[in-house]
Write a protein that binds this ligand. Structure first.
Ligand code: PLP
Length: 375
């Protein structure tokens, strides 16, 4: 991995970068204190804006967390080892290939800052999930964006043609946020293999369990072959644990050591509760299957109305739907908020809005209310 930087240097630079971010203020394009979140409104809005899993956490996770409180006086190092063993088995990798983090945001921010502090370049297709770009940009990275293809999917020909000797890292999100589209596994594999070894590839698999390909669409089988590949995953989506903050990176051992050494929490940013909740939810296939099934039913409620109204959208491989804005009032996001329903439009989503999939009754409410703003 081209992350040659010693630990002290990294910590100094990270602290400087964080301080600079604080001084600059962070109410950025994504409109909230963290630079990304929308402000929550009073009362109990219908939150169709952050792609959370409305069915989580599982009962098994809640029980395990309650039980884990007994150990809250102890550091959870041993449990990190246990979770890694479980993840290693499930993904046919070794524990040494894994880094446990407080949400996959930590992996994305570490990589973004790594490229930024080297004054390197992040290449991606756009629109995509912007966390790495934001951290990279703030730390000094150049960002190069190519367009998605006409079906709003990552376009590997465009990406390949855009790789130059300036490219430090290529970011691929599959399935992609905000478009909800997935690429063919075979195409992504071929692309990863074609990227020069001195260019890092980060594949963000936050929504992979919801996708048509499922975990079989993961790039994890390439980890032993490609020293430049880093995969990030999260328990925030299908596993229903967004509020507990737990995710992980999968890569070759050298990259994992490099990331761990630069991680300000030295892998101790997660606690007992997220660790045990993640472990039991991984085993709770019934819960996962229920979440995926209900999510598909929720999407169908929206598709049926959209089809009736002639609204264009991408069939989603995730728990959100990328929806053409043009059949709705231009201020539909604000109008829906006034009615207590939060949906999303990032400034650079161009002519689309994004609707997260809630429970079935919530999606029925959504279609009832949004119909008032059809134009
Ligand atoms: C594509 C993608 N990657 C990563 C994340 C970060 O998730 P977390 O930090 O909760 O793991 C999100 C969150 O919405 C996402 O959509």
């Amino acid at each position: 991995m081209t992350m040659a930087i010693n630990r002290r240097e990294w910590i100094q630079q990270s602290l400087l970068a964080s301080a600079a971010m604080l001084v600059a203020g962070t109410t950025g394009a994504y409109g909230c204190a963290s630079g990304f979140r929308e402000r929550r409104i009073e009362g109990e809005p219908l939150q169709l804006n952050w792609n959370e899993n409305p069915y989580g956490p599982s009962t098994s996770a809640t029980e395990a967390v309650n039980e884990a409180m007994k150990n809250a006086n102890r550091y959870p190092d041993d449990y990190i080892v246990k979770l890694k063993e479980k993840l290693a088995n499930l993904n046919s990798v070794k524990s040494e290939n894994l880094l446990i983090t407080a949400g996959s945001t930590e992996v994305l921010s570490l990589l973004g800052q790594h490229v930024g502090l080297k004054k390197g370049e992040i290449l991606t297709a756009y629109p995509t999930f912007p966390t790495m770009i934001m951290f990279g940009e703030r730390a000094g990275a150049t960002i190069k964006k190519v367009d998605l293809d006409e079906d709003n999917r990552f376009d590997f020909n465009r990406l390949k043609n855009a790789i130059t000797n300036k490219t430090t890292l290529v970011f691929v999100c599959n399935p992609n946020n905000p478009t909800g589209t997935e690429v063919q596994t075979i195409d992504l594999k071929a692309f990863c293999k074609s990227v020069p070894e001195n260019v890092l590839i980060c594949v963000d698999e936050a929504y992979i369990e919801y996708s048509n390909a499922g975990l079989a669409g993961s790039m994890v089988s390439l980890v032993s072959e490609l020293p430049n590949l880093i995969i990030c995953r999260t328990f925030s989506k299908t596993y229903g644990l967004a509020g507990l903050r737990i995710g992980y990176a999968i890569s070759n051992e050298a990259n994992i050591i490099a990331l761990r050494n630069r991680h300000l929490g030295f892998e101790l940013s997660t606690g007992w509760a997220p660790l045990v909740a993640a472990a039991v939810t991984l085993d709770d296939q019934q819960f996962i299957d229920m979440c995926v099934k209900k999510n598909n039913e929720g999407k169908q409620i929206v598709y049926d109305s959209y089809d009736r109204w002639g609204v264009k959208y991408n069939r989603s491989s995730t728990n959100f739907i990328y929806t053409r804005h043009d059949r709705f009032h231009k201020d539909v996001v604000a109008k829906m908020r006034e009615r207590g329903i939060l949906i999303t439009k990032w400034p650079d989503m161009y002519d689309h809005i994004r609707i997260s999939v809630g429970k079935l009754e919530e999606m029925r409410t959504f279609v009832d209310v949004v119909e008032d703003f059809l134009v």
